[in-house]
Write a protein that binds this ligand. Structure first.
Ligand code: PLP
Length: 493
């Protein structure tokens, strides 16, 4: 059976279920398994398989302590009628490249792919030692995670969820998506601070032993729905294979041909899943890390120095406004040939000095797998217009970062390029309208109507209906008040 331990030490030996339930290791590291890559998906057999079948193949290799029935149930419930496309992540040709749409789930962002299934995994992980144990999910969100997690966990038995978002730093639509969430086990609060402040505090709360003890008395255990949870990362590996399957089915590639993926990146979860896919046998040429103006990853991949001491920009792609990319830690672990001491030293330096540097040899290896680029906000706006004008395809500001980076790179006609589209343009209708030269003076909802009329594309009902949905949550806490808010939420479980 696959065993999971921290990126920073090898003392733990957890099954996948235990790692999912726990979320993050006691030493602050992320759960990894040294079995990654021991078993491969057979890409020759992908064509003709449904998304759900591909999901079963991928998930059963990594989460091998789940029974076949458990996995099939989780998959069936997570990837059903709540998706507006039966292929779940449809691949569309856009010019001579491809776009993999990851936003056809219930909250219109790619995080649905993972967060529709994570709660179902969680429900399979109840320990025999304490069948009364309840899980309280605590998550900091830069915009999309929060809503996708709320939608996934709402009213799932044995769980509660508390979401914090940075006040004034998510779009109006994103905020309404969260504050109108239905369900008896959901809690939402704004935080006075930016995303990193909130995420750092959530990580600290997870490590607070006294708080954990206090919650344990009430049979409550904290867990994470951020992409640090291995149960969130693994479902994302699936769509890389699904993209490859669709290229094979369309006759665009032959088995074994390499494909390049361009990935709008923030916390490094999406692109890391691509690396997992590569390790599990997917023929991947390059994984391209596309950043917005917060280009800390670009600088790292170019120089080998990760330095979070830099200005933080609030951009029109808020879900990528991140200075500390949590999942980078997993990449460092694997590319250093599974060296937890190296990872621990890097993370220690990051905490103490705000920066770390990797050895030149390691940087070379990293650059062999990951290419990189970034787009400023003017370029993002230009690309939204460019993609519409050239291809009659509307992209959101996050996807547009990737689109820009893709245009900058030399194109090898032999290697298909797949851009991962991470959000519906209707989540950011004002910026999209401004970019397309459409009227953007009204409310976000009026902007949606204008955009739909001008482009002939449908507005996802779930977004349009927010205008009249009842706001249930109006809390706003300082960073220092987050722990108490979690305690109050847990008391209601
Ligand atoms: C979360 C998110 C990203 C970044 O994904 P990571 O896995 O954090 O790198 C990009 N675009 C959108 C729309 C997102 O919601």
């Amino acid at each position: 059976m696959n065993k999971f331990h921290s990126t920073r030490s090898t003392t733990d030996s957890l099954t996948a279920k235990q790692a999912i339930r726990k979320g993050i290791a006691d030493d602050g590291g992320l759960f990894v398994t040294d079995a990654l890559g021991n078993a491969n998906v057979n890409v020759a057999e992908l064509p003709g398989k449904s998304y759900q079948q591909i999901a079963y193949e991928v998930l059963s290799l990594l989460l091998d302590d789940f029974s076949e029935q458990e996995l099939r149930d989780c998959i069936e419930r997570a990837y059903g009628a709540q998706w507006s496309d039966e292929r779940i992540t449809p691949l569309k040709q856009v010019g001579s490249d491809y776009v993999l749409e990851l936003f056809n789930g219930p909250t219109c962002a790619f995080k649905d792919v993972a967060l529709q299934i994570l709660p179902r995994f969680m429900a399979c992980t109840k320990p025999e030692s304490d069948p009364n144990e309840q899980i309280m999910i605590v998550t900091a969100t830069s915009g999309d995670t929060g809503k996708a997690a709320l939608a996934g966990f709402a009213d799932v038995p044995g769980t509660g969820i508390t979401v914090f978002y940075p006040q004034g730093k998510v779009s109006r639509v994103q905020e309404l998506q969260m504050t109108t969430q239905q369900g008896n086990n959901v809690h939402v609060s704004a935080v006075d601070g930016n995303f990193d402040d909130a995420q750092t505090e959530v990580k600290r709360i997870f490590g607070d032993a006294a708080f954990a003890e206090q919650l344990a008395e009430h049979h409550v255990k904290l867990s994470s729905a951020n992409s640090i949870n291995i149960g969130r990362l693994v479902p994302q590996v699936v769509y890389y294979f699904a993209a490859y399957a669709q290229l094979l089915e369309a006759g665009k590639i032959k088995v074994g041909d390499e494909v390049e993926f361009v990935v709008p990146t923030g916390n490094f979860g999406n692109v890391l899943a691509g690396y997992y896919a590569k390790r599990m046998g997917l023929p991947v040429r390059d994984l391209v890390v596309a950043s917005d103006r917060n280009n800390v990853l670009f600088d790292f991949l170019v120089s080998g120095t990760y330095n979070k001491q830099r200005p933080f920009y609030e951009t029109i792609s808020p879900s990528m406004d991140i200075l500390v990319s949590s999942n980078l830690e997993r990449m460092l672990y694997y590319l250093s040939c599974n060296d937890p001491n190296l990872v621990a030293d890097c993370m220690n330096d990051l905490r103490e000095w705000g920066a770390f540097e990797v050895p030149e040899m390691l940087l070379q290896k990293i650059r062999h797998v990951f290419n990189t680029g970034w787009a400023n906000e003017d370029q993002v706006r230009e690309m939204i217009a460019d993609c519409w004008n050239k291809h009659q395809y509307v992209i959101d500001p996050h996807t547009a970062c990737g689109y820009f980076v893709m245009q900058q790179m030399p194109r090898d006609p032999e290697v298909p390029r797949v851009l991962l589209a991470t959000a519906s343009p209707y989540k950011f209708p004002r910026v999209v309208n401004e970019s397309l030269g459409l009227d953007a003076t009204g409310t976000d909802f009026e902007c949606m109507d204008v955009l739909s009329k001008a482009t002939g594309t449908p507005i996802p009902a779930m977004l349009r209906n927010l205008e009249t949905a009842e706001v249930r949550f109006r809390d706003d806490v300082p960073v220092a008040g987050m722990e108490q808010f979690v305690a109050d939420s847990a008391a209601q479980l």
